[in-house]
Design a protein. Sequence first.
Length: 142
Amino acid sequence: MGSRWLAALAVLLLIGAGVQDLGARVDEVTLGVTECFEDEERCLGVPLDVSYLRVAEVLPSSVRLRGQGFEMEVVDWQGPVLPSSLAWVRVSVRGPYLGAQRMGNTEVVIHRYRRVKEWMGVVVLLLWGLAVLRFVRGRLDG
């Protein structure tokens, strides 16, 4: 039984190291929103990716997106037409950073059912966890 716990611990450590390594590699390659807000001169005109943001407001010539603790205005919106109900919609945008939390758009993807997918993932994860607990309980009892 001790070798199983040791193997499980080794696998968890490898997963943690892999996640850490992936995060470091992504950080080296892409500029994030935080870096652009802190040093706008460095980011002006540089393509920026923002992903899975809520639509906060639709203005006549732009769209205001809301992320975790920030808002980004996408000027000269030429993306796909947004659906009338924005409650479940998330938007990903790629375009040049213009400064003052504004960006252009060269590529827009609308994720219509992103929130539904997230909740379905949570439900599946809970059911999987219950199945594992039931299996472990059966092994311990029997």
